[in-house]
Design a protein around this ligand. Structure first.
Ligand SMILES: CC(C)(COP(=O)(O)OP(=O)(O)OC[C@H]1O[C@@H](n2cnc3c(N)ncnc32)[C@H](O)[C@@H]1OP(=O)(O)O)[C@@H](O)C(=O)NCCC(=O)NCCS
Length: 184
């Protein structure tokens, strides 16, 4: 596990800069995700597409010694008011300091999400950290979170992967910009 040499966390002393990713980040993102179980690993090529074609709806968190966080997402083509969050990864050394939530709110605060009123993601029943993260996002957006089975272990995942539940967060007035300013 990495140790952060950048001091303590907290308002005014946060070592991370959150930004949109770019092509040069693809390979470090791939390494980060490989170290963030239980996330599915993707090819570097897939991460490169996330960091380029989907950059405006993805976020990367860097400290002076590298990448500590990544969120991939996209606006659902058939539902332009819906942001789908694909993966959230925070290096073990940086967990528990609000970084995952800040990255998600950062994406929501961007002009590309101006018309977004609903956030979707899928979570496995055993991933309590992810459930806590998205419940907290729903609370901050002052809205509710509902979940239902969407990809069944046997029916959709060849018995090789835990079932995925769709989390529907919303509707909300997109006030992420104010929340990001407050957290800065
Ligand atoms: C899940 C993960 C992204 C959380 O990152 P993080 O930066 O530590 O999360 P945050 O600090 O932003 O936490 C946001 C909220 O979730 C809660 N939370 C986060 N991890 C938690 C855990 N392990 N247990 C209980 N609650 C947790 C926090 O307490 C916080 O709640 P609050 O706002 O009410 O205080 C990180 O643990 C991770 O990368 N895990 C491995 C990969 C994974 O499972 N990703 C999610 C599925 S896509």
């Amino acid at each position: 596990m990495r140790t952060l040499s950048t001091g303590t966390f907290g308002p005014g002393s946060n070592p991370f800069v959150i930004d949109t990713p770019s092509a040069t980040d693809g390979s470090e993102v791939n390494d980060l995700i490989a170290n963030c179980q239980p996330l599915d690993e993707n090819s570097v090529y897939c991460n490169l597409l996330q960091c380029t074609h989907f950059a405006s709806t993805s976020a990367i968190a860097k400290a002076n010694d590298g990448v500590y966080g990544f969120v991939s997402g996209y606006i659902v083509p058939e539902a332009p008011h819906r942001l789908f969050i694909w993966q959230v990864a925070v290096d073990e050394a940086a967990r528990g300091h609000g970084l995952a939530k800040r990255m998600i709110l950062d994406i929501l605060s961007r002009p590309v999400c101006e018309d977004v009123t609903e956030l979707h993601t899928t979570i496995t029943p055993s991933n309590s950290a992810s459930q806590a993260l998205f419940s907290s996002v729903a609370d901050s957006l002052d809205t509710k979170a509902e979940s239902k089975l969407v990809f069944d272990r046997n029916r959709h995942l060849d018995g090789a992967h835990e079932s995925e539940h769709l989390w529907i967060i919303g509707p909300f007035d997109n006030m992420a910009e104010e929340l990001v300013k407050k957290a800065a």
